[in-house]
Ligand binder design. Structure first.
Ligand SMILES: Cc1cc2nc3c(=O)[nH]c(=O)nc-3n(C[C@H](O)[C@H](O)[C@H](O)COP(=O)(O)O)c2cc1C
Length: 366
C-alpha cells in the first residue's frame, strides 16, 4: 500500500492520539519511545503522532509534543528510528491549537489567538483575541519550518491537523471565523490558511514528500460548517496536492455524541460513524482516503475497503486498549476490538496523566 511514495506494510493506521508523554520542553522521553515501539511491534502500518505544536502560541497544555524548535529534532529522530526498526512508518501531526489554549496561556499571563473573537459563544467562554494578518503569516511559516524539521528527523510524512476544534478548523468554520478580510467570509477565504500552509510546507520539503491532512468536514455545533461545504473543501485540498485525506469532523458540540470520539459503540450500526462522508468524498478525489471513527469489527473494515468507501483504516482507541491488535488479526484471530469506547483514556489525559487504557489498568490492578 502506498501514499505517494511511502510504502506501508498494510492498510492500518494509528490515528493521531496525543499522549502527554513529552517532557516540559515538548521533547521526546523514553516513555514516549516505549508507547510508539509497542504500536510498531503490534503490526500497524503507519503511526500518526498526536498533536505536535509548530509554534509556542499553539501549545494546548503541558507535556505536549513540540516541533517548534530545532532542539526537538534529536529526540524526534530517536522516535522515528524506534518505529522504523520495527517495520512501521511514522508521520507527525502538525498543529496549532488556536483559541483552545486560552486557560493555559492565561496562567502564563498571555492571551490565546483565533481567527475572530466570537461574542456570546455558548461553546467557549474564555479570554482570547483575533489574530493579526502578521500573526497568520507567522503561523503559516511555522508550519513550513516544522515540516522541514520533520523531514530532518526522518518522519516518513507529515499530517496537517485540519480537524476538530483547532486553528485550521476554526478558520474553516463560519461559526468561529467572522473575519471580513481575505481570510474570512467566502468558503474559499476560510480555506485560505489551509492553502498557504500547504504551499509553504511543499516549498520547504519538496515535491516527493508525503503531506497528508486530517480534515473536519462538518461541525458538531449549531451554526457551524455544513457537509455540503466540507466535502468541497476536501475536494480542493486533494486538488491542491495533499497526498491523503483523513475524514473527521470539525468543531465539537457539547456532548460526546457531537464530537469525533463518540461513545456507546456497542453494535455494528454505531460503528464507522463517518463512513457516509468518506464514501461521498472518495468519489470526488484521486488521493487515498482514510476512514476514522468507531471502527471496531474486522469484517466491517474489510467491507469498507472492498466497497471502495475508503483506502485506509485509521484507529485510535482500539490501539490504546491493545497495541498488538493488528498482529492478532493478521494471525487469523479476527475478534472485535476490545475497546469499549468509554473515553476514560481521554478523561485521564485531561487530568494530566500519560496516555493509557483505564479498563486495562483496572484489570491489571484487580
Ligand atoms: C485519547 C485520545 C487522544 C486523541 N488525540 C488526537 C490527536 O492528537 N489528534 C487528532 O487528530 N485526533 C486525536 N484523537 C481522535 C482520534 O484520532 C480519532 O479521530 C477518534 O478517537 C475516533 O477514532 P476511534 O473510534 O478509533 O478512537 C484522540 C482520541 C483519543 C481517544
Amino acid at each position: 500500500m502506498k501514499i505517494k511514495n511511502m510504502e506501508l506494510r498494510n492498510r492500518f493506521i494509528r490515528s493521531a492520539t496525543y499522549d502527554k508523554s513529552s517532557d516540559e520542553k515538548g521533547h521526546v522521553t523514553d516513555k514516549r519511545i516505549e508507547l510508539f515501539a509497542d504500536l510498531a511491534d503490534g503490526g500497524v502500518g503507519l503511526i500518526v503522532t498526536g498533536l505536535t505544536y509548530v509554534h509556542p502560541s499553539g501549545q494546548l497544555a503541558a507535556f505536549e509534543s513540540s516541533i517548534a524548535t530545532d532542539g526537538c529534532i534529536p529526540g524526534l529522530k530517536r522516535l522515528t528510528a524506534a518505529v522504523h526498526d520495527r517495520g512501521a512508518k511514522i508521520a507527525v501531526q502538525l498543529y496549532h491549537t488556536g483559541r483552545e489554549n486560552a486557560r493555559f496561556l492565561e496562567a502564563k499571563g498571555e492571551q490565546a489567538i483565533a481567527p475572530s473573537f466570537v461574542p456570546n459563544d455558548p461553546y467557549f467562554i474564555q479570554d482570547y483575541r483575533q489574530m493579526t494578518e502578521e500573526e497568520i503569516w507567522e503561523i503559516v511559516e511555522a508550519f513550513g519550518d516544522a515540516a522541514k524539521r520533520a523531514r530532518e528527523a526522518e518522519f516518513d510524512a507529515v499530517q496537517v491537523h485540519g480537524a476538530h476544534v483547532y486553528l485550521l478548523s476554526q478558520f474553516l468554520s463560519p461559526f468561529t471565523n467572522r473575519r471580513e478580510d481575505a481570510w474570512g467570509g467566502t468558503p474559499e477565504n476560510r480555506l485560505r490558511l489551509h492553502r498557504e500552509v500547504y504551499n509553504t510546507i511543499r516549498r520547504k520539503v519538496g515535491h516527493d514528500y508525503p503531506v497528508l491532512i486530517k480534515i473536519g468536514v462538518q461541525d458538531g455545533c449549531s451554526g457551524g460548517l455544513q457537509f455540503s461545504e466540507g466535502k468541497q473543501a476536501a475536494q480542493l485540498l486533494a486538488q491542491w496536492g495533499f497526498d491523503a485525506l483523513e475524514i473527521s469532523q470539525g468543531l465539537r458540540g457539547k456532548a460526546y455524541e457531537e464530537t469525533e470520539f463518540k461513545t456507546n459503540i456497542s453494535s455494528l450500526d454505531r460503528e464507522a460513524y463517518f463512513r457516509p462522508w468518506c464514501r461521498e468524498i472518495k468519489d470526488l478525489v484521486d488521493v487515498p482516503v482514510m476512514i476514522v471513527g468507531g471502527l471496531r469489527t474486522f469484517e466491517l473494515m474489510e467491507k469498507i475497503i472492498r466497497n471502495g468507501d475508503a483506502d485506509f483504516i485509521s484507529l485510535s482507541r482500539p490501539l490504546i486498549r491493545k497495541p498488538g491488535i493488528i498482529n492478532e488479526w493478521k494471525s487469523g484471530n479476527r475478534h472485535r476490538a476490545t475497546c469499549i469506547s468509554c473515553n476514560q483514556c481521554l478523561e485521564a489525559l485531561r487530568k494530566g496523566e500519560v496516555l493509557h487504557c483505564a479498563q486495562k489498568k483496572a484489570k491489571e490492578e484487580s
